[in-house]
Design a protein around this ligand. Structure first.
Ligand code: CAP
Ligand code: MG
Length: 430
């Protein structure tokens, strides 16, 4: 009697049903394991299988089995019957296609690259509350990227100091002041006080500039605390909440998506911790898949990298991430992205941040275009004349790109940009 039945999860003649979820993995089998054996193990362990044959198996179980239907080393495609998945429960999907399989001894490395989610699955999700058009109407920002900055150093300021830097950021022309990923409610900067101080400064900056000013204030905490903090933001006239979506967990993002939506709050999704599982090209989960899940659940925007700044990511990856978030339909890109039809799920903004300064703004806009949230933090606070001039310099760099003129030409009549270029030029930080 056979000990295991993994090979029953492989059928290279299978054609996925329209309602199947199809996943693309790359896989390095352990020594002594063939690609076919590895594919059977991944399909089995992520659906209905176990390590050994069973005494009895109800016939209907066959209808729930995943099928590895394409093996092209190191890539495996696996189709999952829609009946395997709870309607609207993204957490369970992750437990299936991104759970035990990463720890199987028979597999040296495994990477979940992407998934095609059929309408039968995505129709149970609400997606972003606003969508890109809705955000632009909410913020009254049209025809250019949304701009923002984090007070730097990223943590340590008092609430009053934080709000003062935020004021300078707004007065320099930026739309948003962003909390950093590790700033929540510390003894030296309590959430309640930061909200109060920023609210005061927002009113003054909006009045002085005649522009709506806003902020991505970080509510990251337990779900109940995040709800209380979201209430406080809404009560003080804010239209965004920021959440570190990886560390709070998918279930919390699902809860807060609905809670913030009811309050009319858009969600800025910071992705801190993503590089723990998306950086190794042979193992883990791609940012592409994380971005897909976050759009499906319904954040309004998520960080997608700069390609030219201090954190890893290539221009190609950034463009694919941007398409995943912004487009209604995306086509398969050989072994990097699977096709996806988003149906009625609204779009979300990519967010480019990390090591940027005015000299790098054109490079980023060449990659993303202007349907983007552009965050320049150290790159404005490090300006020789300070935050307000730094923000102005970054806005001048955006104008130069939009007008199709070089930064050097623009700097001829943009003193703040000129000084930024004198300090940083087009330096790419590591
Ligand atoms: C950027 C940042 C962001 C990173 C996150 C930071 O500050 O505030 O958290 O952009 O990376 O803490 O480094 P700087 P990503 O602009 O001063 O670098 O956007 O890739 O998720
Ligand atoms: Mg940060």
């Amino acid at each position: 009697m056979a000990i295991d039945w993994y090979d029953e999860f492989v059928d290279l003649n299978y054609t996925p049903a329209q309602d199947d979820i199809v996943c693309l993995f790359s896989c390095d089998p352990a020594s002594g394991i063939s690609m076919r054996e590895a594919a059977g193990r991944v399909a089995s362990e992520s659906s209905t299988g176990t390590w050994t044959t069973l005494h009895s198996l109800p016939p209907r179980m066959r209808d729930l089995q995943a099928t590895a239907f394409e093996i092209e080393e190191p890539y495996i495609r696996i189709a999952y019957p829609i009946g395997l998945w709870e309607e609207g429960n993204a957490v369970q999907l992750l437990s299936g296609i991104a759970g035990n399989i990463f720890g199987m001894k028979a597999i040296e490395n495994l990477r979940l690259i992407d998934a095609t989610l059929p309408d039968a699955y995505i129709r149970h999700f609400k997606g972003p509350h606003f969508g890109i058009d809705g955000i632009r109407n909410l913020t009254k920002i049209h025809g250019r990227p949304l701009t923002g900055a984090v007070p730097k150093p990223k943590i340590g300021f008092s609430a009053a100091e934080h709000a003062d830097i935020g004021f300078e950021t707004w007065m320099g022309g930026f739309d948003f002041v962003k909390d950093d990923e590790n700033l929540t409610s510390t003894a030296f900067n309590r959430f309640e006080e930061r909200v109060a101080r920023l609210t005061e400064k927002r009113e003054i900056a909006s009045r002085k500039t005649g522009e709506d000013k806003s902020a991505f204030i970080n509510i990251t905490a337990s779900t109940e605390t995040m709800k209380q903090r979201a209430d406080m933001l809404a009560a003080n006239g804010w239209n965004y909440a920021m959440i570190d979506v990886v560390v709070v967990g998918t279930a919390a993002v699902m809860d807060l998506r609905d809670y913030c939506s009811d309050l009319g709050l858009a969600i800025h999704a910071h992705r801190a911790m993503h590089a723990a599982f998306d950086r190794n090209p042979r193992h883990g989960i791609t940012m592409q898949f994380l971005a897909k899940m976050m759009r499906l659940i319904g954040v309004s925007q998520i960080h997608t990298g700069t390609a030219v700044g201090k954190l890893v990511g290539t221009p190609e990856e950034a463009r694919i991430l941007a398409d995943t978030l912004r487009e209604k339909k995306t086509q398969e890109i050989g072994r990097v992205a699977l096709e996806q039809d988003w149906g009625t799920i609204k779009s979300a903004f990519p967010v480019s941040s990390g090591g940027l300064h005015p000299g790098l703004v054109p490079d980023v806009l060449d990659i993303y275009g202007d349907e983007l949230v552009l965050l320049v933090s150290g790159g404005i606070h490090g300006h020789p004349d300070g935050t307000r001039s730094g923000a102005t310099a970054a806005m001048q760099a955006i104008e130069a790109w939009q007008d199709g003129v070089s930064l050097e030409e623009k700097a001829g009549h943009a003193p703040e940009l000129k000084k930024a270029l004198e300090k940083w030029g087009t330096y790419k930080p590591k």
